[in-house]
Design a protein around this ligand. Structure first.
Ligand code: ADP
Ligand code: SF4
Length: 692
């Protein structure tokens, strides 16, 4: 076997203050929607990453004091000593697999509305809170005593973090998500004392807290500083040149610099709005300002690119949040030369939606994410088969592909039949839409795995009807036949088909993806789906030169993408491309050459002259085969069929992440205990009752 030395640079150890990282793979802090509610689940999730070879595995942000908390979001807490065992569990799980455990202390200040504690938030300057939801809360300006108090609280929390076993304890001045960022930024700091005005003054508190933390725990723990490199607001906020000056001023004080962009939506852009390595222009010129190790992110999934960015001298360690979610074993796969097994992040930010919806983290590529403890799933291992009974899977979309590869790894004999010429189903089709090319990785990873599994046979051009399924006679049949977009307008608004006059041209997303374009020039895209599809199709039509109006009953375009931090970018793009964006608009009726929009509040109507309407409303399961087979239930026995189950979109249409999860769930549960719904199919943690 030839040894590949291209990636040796990624595998070299590096010293971070008093501790040593075993390689250059660094899981930067990331949220997960589990936090204090599901601490054991988070601990196991982090443990799996350590097992996968990451040198440093960090927590999400950890609220260091009750006077700054970000309810309703669910993060970790270190408010007092009672929280220590909760975060300690995480450090223990990380240590079990030889990684360093990092903890990010956060005092959110302006970002914490304090809905739980009902304390008045504190900030450098009195301002309305800077949350995602325009909360009716204002922060007060910190006086010198407040500053002394917060320094003391930060120090106490750092000591607690050390007692909990952490090796790195962060001072967080990143993402515009904490008071230290707010002190540095001209956007938030209008103080006239020694903590405001000049950059040196605005940086004073960061310097003091870094020194406090180093004095408290620096003999045994590394103290990284997470700093925003740019707030992307021009001279209104923190700019790169100023960030460079901050690094210049504090160069050797932290043990490590972890650079990010502010706000979070700029730092963690989806692949639709940001390339791999998009941070590199900002990282340039920072490293030479300090001798301390530098971490930078950039949604890196290519080991070549990772090695190059270290060689170029931009960073010393590769910071990853999403690539480590998508593939917790990425470092081990690089070390073992198994590059083809890397499950590359597609940059969809479904993981982020867990945080925004306060539900356990999920990932489109890695269906085991967040399920490590509660369902006992593992991203790399799955228990061997428990019977010799073969499985027939109909449909090679994300659900069918995931079921096939996971069942294949369990050792079942699997036949996957696909009516089309290529695998991937909706993912293949959608990845051809503007900005979604990276989504094809969902297919590529799974097809790559199937190639390594001699017990899985894949047939294309194989449309199966009920007779064919019965004739095939596999004991287990999985119907992963997907869904089609509805052409009758049924969705959130219309719960029955909407009025469409004869002769009107109505298209669905499937029509456009199949290459059928509107006959005339003027097109209305009516988006009652509210995720990405309406906005993406509007972009597609613009690219093809159609005069397009985008209308939606919601208050903004693609409103659910707030949960993937894309909404702002989507609406900006639509407006910049010259679209008319009509919000709060129902679609009342469609006639040839005209669509009637109605205000959702007043019902007032407006007739729009359009040649065609694209209805983006909802999807109907492709369940014809399931219905046909159900009708022939009496023949199953003779055909040797024990079970027929629809999964993924064929069962109930949802996200791609959900289809992958459904495929995995089928594979995990096959030949396991029957799930009758009478007991929970997953573990959970309950709040401990107090004595009274
Ligand atoms: P999901 O998201 O649930 O995986 P998709 O719509 O992405 O669903 O994929 C469904 C796949 O099933 C498509 O590739 C489609 O061509 C295929 N398919 C649908 N019906 C049949 C059938 N009767 N026989 C074989 N393949 C089918
Ligand atoms: Fe990447 Fe999407 Fe998974 Fe997040 S959910 S890690 S963006 S593939």
């Amino acid at each position: 076997m030839t040894v590949d030395h291209r990636f040796d640079i990624l595998l070299e150890p590096i010293r971070i203050g008093p501790v040593t990282a075993r390689n250059r793979f660094y899981q930067v802090p990331h949220c997960n929607g589990m936090g204090y509610r599901d601490p054991t689940a988070v601990a196991h999730m982090r443990g799996v990453k350590a097992e996968g070879g990451w040198a440093v595995v960090c927590t999400e942000q950890v609220e260091l004091h009750y006077s700054s908390e970000i309810t309703p979001y669910i993060e970790l807490r270190l408010w007092d000593d009672r929280d220590i065992p909760i975060v300690a569990r995480m450090a223990d799980k990380i240590h079990e697999h030889g990684a360093l455990a990092g903890l990010e202390l956060a005092y959110n200040g302006l970002n914490g509305p304090n809905f739980y504690s009902r304390e008045v938030p504190m900030a450098p300057t009195a301002l309305p809170v800077a949350t995602f939801t325009y909360d009716p809360v204002q922060a007060r300006s910190m006086n010198r005593q407040d500053i002394r108090n917060v320094r003391r609280w930060h120090r106490a929390a750092a000591l607690r973090a050390r007692r909990a076993g952490f090796d790195l304890v962060y001072v967080y001045a990143g993402h515009a998500l904490g008071f230290l960022h707010h002190f540095i930024s001209r956007r938030y700091n209008f103080r006239a004392d020694e903590y405001g005005g000049s950059l040196e003054n605005r940086t004073r508190l960061l310097r003091e807290i870094l020194i406090d933390t180093k004095e408290a725990i620096g003999d045994t723990c590394a103290v990284p500083c997470r700093l925003s490199m740019d707030e992307l607001l021009g001279s209104e906020g923190l700019e790169k040149a100023e960030a460079e000056d901050v690094v210049g001023l504090l160069a050797e004080i932290p043990d490590l610099w972890d650079f990010c962009l502010a706000g979070w939506e700029n730092d963690s852009r989806t692949s639709r709005f940001g390339e791999e390595g998009g941070h590199e222009p900002y990282l340039a010129d920072l490293k030479h300002l300090t001798t301390k190790p530098v971490v930078g992110v950039g949604r890196y999934t290519s080991p070549d690119r990772m090695a190059a960015v270290i060689r170029k001298g931009l960073v010393d360690l590769i910071g990853c949040a999403r690539p480590s979610i998508s593939d917790p074993f990425l470092p081990r796969k690089v070390a073992e030369g198994r590059l083809e097994d890397i499950r590359e992040c597609i940059g969809c930010n479904i993981c982020v939606s867990g945080d925004f919806t306060m539900s356990p983290i999920r990932c489109t590529q890695n269906p085991t994410m967040g399920e490590e403890w509660r369902r006992g799933w593992h991203p790399e291992y799955i228990r061997p088969r428990e019977s010799e009974k073969p499985v027939l899977i109909v449909g090679a979309g994300p659900a069918g592909l995931e079921a096939a590869q996971a069942l294949g790894k369990r050792g079942y004999a699997v036949t996957l039949a696909e009516q089309g010429r290529e695998p991937g189903g909706r993912v293949r089709r959608e990845s051809r839409l503007p900005g979604l090319a990276a989504w094809s990785r969902v297919v590529e990873y799974r097809v790559g795995q199937l190639h390594q599994l001699p017990n899985v046979e894949v047939y294309f051009d194989s449309e199966l009807d009920a007779a064919a399924v019965l004739e095939f006679g596999a004991p287990r049949v999985v119907l992963a036949t997907g869904a089609r977009w509805r052409s009758d307008g049924v969705g959130h608004c219309w719960t029955r088909p909407m009025p469409v006059a004869e002769g009107a041209e109505v298209l669905t997303p499937d029509d456009l993806m199949d290459g059928r374009m509107p006959g005339g020039q003027r097109v209305l895209v009516w988006d009652d789906d509210h995720y990405y599809m309406g906005g993406v199709l509007a972009e597609l039509l613009a690219e093809k030169g159609f005069e397009t109006v985008y209308a939606t009953p919601a208050s903004e375009a693609s409103t659910w993408t707030r949960n993937t931090m894309e909404q702002f970018f989507i609406q900006t793009r639509l407006l910049e491309k010259g679209f008319r964006v009509e919000t709060f608009r129902n679609l009342d009726r469609i006639a040839p050459g005209a669509a009637t929009l109605a205000c959702v509040h007043t019902g007032r109507t407006e007739i729009l002259a359009v040649d065609a309407v694209v209805l983006v409303t909802s999807r109907a399961p492709a369940d014809a085969l399931a219905i046909e087979l159900a009708a022939q239930r009496a023949s199953w026995n003779d055909a040797g069929i024990e079970s027929i189950e629809a999964i993924g979109d064929a069962y109930a249409p949802a996200t791609i992440a959900h289809a992958v999860y459904a495929g995995r769930r089928y594979a995990e549960e096959l030949d396991g205990p029957e799930d009758t719904g009478d007991s929970l199919p997953f573990r959970r943690e309950l709040t401990e009752l107090s004595d009274d």
